[in-house]
Design a protein around this ligand. Structure first.
Ligand SMILES: C[S@@+](CC[C@H](N)C(=O)[O-])C[C@H]1O[C@@H](n2cnc3c(N)ncnc32)[C@H](O)[C@@H]1O
Length: 195
């Protein structure tokens, strides 16, 4: 028996309990495997990705640097071919704002309808060096949120009467956001009241 260490903010576990469910989960950023072992208590299929080689009993861990988006995509395809679209994805990997953005855009298609995507440690984007790179045009989570907001709403500028699918429900907490893939079709509905 050996003790391994994990690193998470104190409120995250409660938020996982509230927002994450289903059969399969993928976490980017494994470290020694503590969070994967915790996920194993609730998920049947637990996958991890880390730039370092790590082995975690009962879990499948892929060695991959998240800068390699092609490899990331092929890991997504492999997981989906084994267990179907993922119920949950957590990005606790590099914490660099441009990685968080690109990893989301790469892995989002592998998330199941109703599934939840969490991005952790958003406060890192406030560090001066990342603000500098973001100011120079590198993508970030704040930019992602702006884009998702546009994707949700750009349609209504032209015609409010066209029914439209809205794929994102977003929950923002300190240091973490959860983005849920719910493609509910919505439309404007007239109501009549007798007065
Ligand atoms: C905060 S730790 C993860 C902690 C883990 N989720 C836990 O709770 O025990 C971040 C991990 O991300 C990995 N990482 C950092 N940069 C990465 C990159 N560019 N690609 C893949 N993994 C990376 C590190 O090797 C490290 O294991």
């Amino acid at each position: 028996m050996k003790t391994i260490k994990g690193l998470k903010w104190s409120h995250f576990q409660g938020l996982y309990d509230q927002h994450l469910s289903g059969k399969s989960i993928l976490e980017l950023g494994v470290l020694q495997g503590a969070s994967l072992i915790e996920h194993k208590k609730r998920f049947q299929h637990v996958f991890g990705i880390d730039m370092n080689e790590v082995q975690v009993p009962g879990c499948t861990v892929y060695q991959c640097n998240v800068n390699n988006l092609q490899r990331l995509r092929s890991i997504g395809e492999e997981i989906v071919s084994k267990v179907g679209p993922l119920d949950a994805i957590i990005d606790d990997g590099s914490h660099r704002p441009f990685n968080q953005y690109k990893v989301f855009r790469t892995l989002w298609p592998f998330l199941a309808e109703g599934g939840m995507y969490a991005i952790e440690d958003l406060h890192m984007a406030r560090k001066w060096r990342w603000r500098f790179w973001t100011a120079l045009g590198l993508p970030s989570v704040p930019r992602l949120l702006k884009e998702l907001n546009n994707e949700q709403h750009e349609w209504s500028w032209d015609n409010e009467d066209i029914p439209r699918k809205r794929p994102y429900t977003i929950h923002i907490y300190p240091n973490i956001i959860f983005i849920q893939k719910i493609t509910h079709e919505i439309k404007n509905v007239w109501t009549e009241k007798v007065v």
